[in-house]
Write a protein that binds this ligand. Structure first.
Ligand code: ADP
Ligand code: ZN
Length: 644
C-alpha cells in the first residue's frame, strides 16, 4: 500500500461490483443522512467510505480531527444487517458517542470493564436479540472469554477500529492491548469472511499507516487520505507579552466561548488557572500531578459544560469528542509541530470558526532545549532539535502559516490560506540592522555575561542598581538606544536568537552570548529584517463594545455571509440546551451542537416544518426537541414585537 497521492474515489461503481451492495447507495444515503443524523450533506470522502463498508470492503481512513470519522462507521450498520463492533481505546469516548447516538434515536451499547457484570450480561442478551446497531468495546474485551463468545454469536455488519494508530509501536500512542487486534481477522475469519474492517485515525506517518494495514490484515483496503487543512481554524502567533492580559481580553471579547489553554508545566497550569478563577472565569486545571479522580472530574466538567476554560498540559484532550471548543491557546512553546497541530486541532470540530493562538517567545527555546538535552541518545536529541526548529519556522514565518504546518504531514500547501494572521493581515517588515548591531555590541561590551533585560537597560541608559554595580555607565554603548522602546529591543533580541545570530543559555536566569553568525551583522555585512508585530486589540470598554457589534454578525460555516445570528436568541437557546442536557445527564452538544443553535438563531423556525430544515435536526430530534425549541423561538419573536 502506498500512502502518498490522492486516493482514487470509487464513485458509482459499488452497485455493479458486488452482490452485497444495495442498489440505493446514492440518493437514499442522502435521505438517511438527514433523517437519522440531521446532516444536510456528506463531508468529503464520507460517502465513499460508507459505500465501501456497505459493499463489504476494507478501508483505511486517515482524516483530520473534526473530519467526521464517526459517521463513517455509524451509518453502514443502518444499511447492512447486523451490528457494527466499534473498538475504541477510551471509555469516556465510547460513552459520549453512545449518548450522541441515542439522542438521534440510534441504538447502541457500550461494553467495557467499568460496567458492572450484571449490566454487561443484560446488554449482551439484548445484543443477541439484535437490539443495537453499534456495539462499542474495549480491545481486550473482544478476545476475553465472554466478549469473544458474544462476538462469535452476533450478526456483525463490520468492525471499526477507531484511533487505529494505537496498534503501532512506531506511533506516539502505542497501546499494548491494541496489539491483540492483529488476531482479529484470524480469530473471527471463518465466520466473518465477508465482514469488512475499517481502520480510522487522525494521525499516522507513512510507516505507522503501513503498520496498521499490516497488523489488521486489511484486505486490499481503499486508502482515504483527507485534506489536513482545517479551514475553519484561524491560526495566529502573538508575542508572549502580558500573556494573561491577552487571554483575558480574548475571553471578554468572546463571552461564553469554551476552550483549552495548554501550558508546558504543571506549575504554570496552576498559576494561570488561579488567575483566571480570580477574574471570575470558570477555569479548571488538568495535569499529571492531579489524582486520576480529580482529572476525570475536571474533564467531565468541561465536557458537560460547567467549566469554560481548561488549563492543561498536553496530557489533556485525547479522551474528548467535544465539538464546540472555540479556542485553543498555547501559553508556552510546543515542542514539535505535530503536537501543535493535534492540540490546536481540538478546536472547532463542529466546523464553525475557532481560534488557535500561539503565544511565542524565542526565550522559551532555552527551556525546551534543557528538556531535549535530557534525552539519552544523540540521535534522539538531534531529532528533537530538528522538530524544535520546525516550530520556530512556523512561529517566525511571515508567509502563510499553513505552509509549514501542513508540510509536516507531507501535504504541500500553496499558501494564501485566508485563515491565518499572516494571510489576513500581512506583517510589516522593518530593517533593524542598526539596532541589531547596537544590541550585539552591548552584549560584547558586557562580556556576554548578562541576560537580555540587563543589556536593554544598558542600551536605554537605565539607572539600575545592577548597572552601577558593574560600572556599565562607563561603556560606550551606554544610553545609545534610549529612543527605542524596551519591548522593541526585546523583539530584536528574540529575532537575533531565532536567526542564530545570538545565543541564549538554558539556565534559570538565561544569559546571552555571541555566535559565529553574529560577526557578519556586527561588521555590517548582513542585514536584519524583522516582522513588526500587529497592533494588539485595545483593552477595556471600547474593544468590548466593538466586539459585541462584531459578534452579532457571526456566521454559520465559512463563506456563508448572508444571515446574521440573533445573539440574544442564541443565548436563550443555549440556556434551554443546558437545561435539557442536565435533565438527561448528557453533554450539551449531544442535545444540539453550536452549529445547530446558530442556525436556529438565524432562521428562527417557529413550527416543525421549519424546524426540520435546521442543521443537525433529524427525525428523532425533531420529535423530541422540536416543540420546546420552536416554542422558545416563537416567544422570543413575540417578545421583540411586544417590546418594540
Ligand atoms: P472526528 O472523529 O473525525 O474528529 P467527528 O466524527 O467527531 O469527527 O465529527 C465532528 C463533528 O462533525 C461532529 O459534531 C459531527 O456531528 C459533525 N459531522 C460529521 N459529519 C457531518 C456532516 N456530514 N455534516 C455536518 N456535520 C457533520
Ligand atoms: Zn495563511
Amino acid at each position: 500500500m502506498t500512502m502518498d497521492g490522492p486516493t482514487a474515489p470509487i464513485d458509482g461503481s459499488i452497485a455493479n461490483d458486488t452482490n452485497d451492495a444495495p442498489s440505493h447507495a446514492g440518493d437514499s444515503l442522502d435521505a438517511m443522512l438527514k433523517d437519522r443524523f440531521g446532516h444536510e450533506s456528506f463531508r468529503p470522502m464520507q460517502r465513499d467510505i460508507i459505500a465501501d463498508a456497505i459493499a463489504g470492503r476494507d478501508a483505511f481512513v486517515l482524516m483530520p480531527t473534526g473530519g467526521g470519522k464517526s459517521l463513517c462507521y455509524q451509518m453502514p450498520p443502518l444499511v447492512r444487517t447486523g451490528a457494527a463492533v466499534v473498538i475504541s481505546p477510551l471509555i469516556s469516548l465510547m460513552q459520549d458517542q453512545h449518548s450522541a447516538l441515542e439522542a438521534n434515536g440510534i441504538h447502541s451499547t457500550v461494553l467495557n470493564s467499568a460496567i458492572d457484570p450484571d449490566e454487561i450480561r443484560s446488554r449482551e442478551a439484548a445484543a443477541l436479540r439484535g437490539a443495537y446497531d453499534l456495539i462499542y468495546m474495549s480491545p481486550e474485551r473482544l478476545f476475553a472469554g465472554a466478549g469473544r463468545w458474544l462476538v462469535d454469536q452476533l450478526d456483525i455488519a463490520m468492525f471499526a477500529i477507531d484511533e487505529a494508530h494505537c496498534i503501532s509501536e512506531w506511533g506516539h500512542d502505542f497501546r499494548p492491548d491494541y496489539r491483540m487486534l492483529s488476531q482479529l481477522r484470524e480469530h473471527f475469519g471463518g465466520k466473518f469472511q465477508s465482514v469488512p474492517i475499517m481502520a480510522l485515525t487522525a494521525t499516522a506517518t507513512l510507516r505507522v499507516a503501513d503498520d496498521i494495514v499490516e497488523q489488521l490484515r486489511l484486505r486490499d483496503p481503499t486508502v482515504y487520505r483527507g485534506d489536513f487543512e482545517r479551514k475553519n481554524l484561524f491560526y495566529q502567533v502573538r508575542p508572549k507579552q502580558d500573556t494573561f492580559g491577552q487571554i483575558m481580553d480574548y475571553l471578554r471579547e468572546h463571552p461564553g466561548a469554551e476552550g483549552i489553554i495548554y501550558c508546558l508545566s504543571r506549575k504554570r497550569t496552576e498559576q494561570i488557572t488561579a488567575k483566571l478563577q480570580d477574574q471570575g472565569v470558570a477555569a479548571l486545571p488538568y495535569h499529571a500531578g492531579l489524582t486520576s479522580d480529580v482529572r476525570k472530574r475536571n474533564q467531565h466538567d468541561f465536557v458537560y459544560g460547567g467549566t469554560t476554560v481548561m488549563v492543561a498540559t498536553i496530557a489533556f484532550g485525547m479522551g474528548i469528542d467535544k465539538p464546540d471548543v472555540r479556542f485553543v491557546m498555547h501559553a508556552d512553546l510546543p515542542r514539535h509541530l505535530e503536537g501543535y497541530y493535534q492540540e490546536s486541532g481540538r478546536a472547532g470540530r463542529d466546523g464553525l470558526h475557532a481560534d488557535c493562538i500561539l503565544f511565542f517567545s524565542a526565550g522559551d527555546r532555552g527551556r525546551i532545549e534543557f528538556f531535549i538535552r535530557q534525552k539519552e541518545t544523540e540521535a534522539e536529541q538531534q531529532r528533537a532539535f530538528r522538530q524544535l526548529d520546525q516550530v520556530f519556522d512556523y512561529a517566525y514565518t511571515t508567509g502563510c502559516r499553513c505552509v509549514p504546518l501542513l508540510k509536516y504531514f507531507g501535504q504541500a500547501h500553496a499558501g494564501d490560506c485566508g485563515h491565518c494572521d499572516n494571510c489576513t493581515k500581512p506583517p510589516v517588515m522593518v530593517d533593524v540592522t542598526d539596532e541589531a548591531r547596537k544590541f550585539l555590541s552591548a552584549v560584547a561590551r558586557t562580556e556576554q555575561r548578562f541576560g537580555i533585560g540587563h543589556v536593554i537597560d544598558v542600551l536605554r541608559g537605565s539607572d539600575t542598581e545592577k548597572v552601577s554595580r558593574w560600572g556599565h555607565h562607563d561603556l560606550s554603548v551606554f544610553n545609545i538606544g534610549a529612543d527605542v522602546p524596551a519591548a522593541q529591543w526585546r523583539r530584536i533580541a528574540q529575532t537575533l536568537i531565532a536567526l542564530g545570530q545570538l545565543a541564549q543559555s538554558a539556565d534559570e536566569y538565561p544569559t546571552v552570548h555571541l555566535t559565529a553568525s553574529s560577526r557578519p551583522v556586527l561588521h555590517g555585512e548582513e542585514k536584519v529584517i524583522m516582522a513588526q508585530p500587529r497592533a494588539q486589540p485595545r483593552r477595556g470598554g471600547a474593544s468590548r463594545r466593538a466586539s459585541a457589534g462584531a459578534s452579532s454578525n457571526q456566521t454559520v460555516g465559512a463563506g456563508n455571509l448572508e444571515l446574521s445570528v440573533d445573539d440574544q436568541l442564541f443565548e436563550k437557546l443555549r440556556g434551554l440546551r443546558r437545561q435539557l442536557a442536565s435533565e438527561k445527564a448528557v453533554p450539551p452538544y449531544v442535545v444540539f451542537s453550536d452549529a445547530s443553535l446558530k442556525h436556529m438563531a438565524q432562521t428562527k423556525p417557529v413550527d416543525l416544518d421549519q424546524f426540520i430544515a435546521v442543521k443537525g435536526v433529524g427525525t428523532h430530534k425533531l420529535r423530541q426537541y422540536g416543540p420546546v425549541f420552536t416554542q422558545l423561538i416563537a416567544e422570543h419573536g413575540a417578545g421583540l414585537v411586544g417590546g418594540a
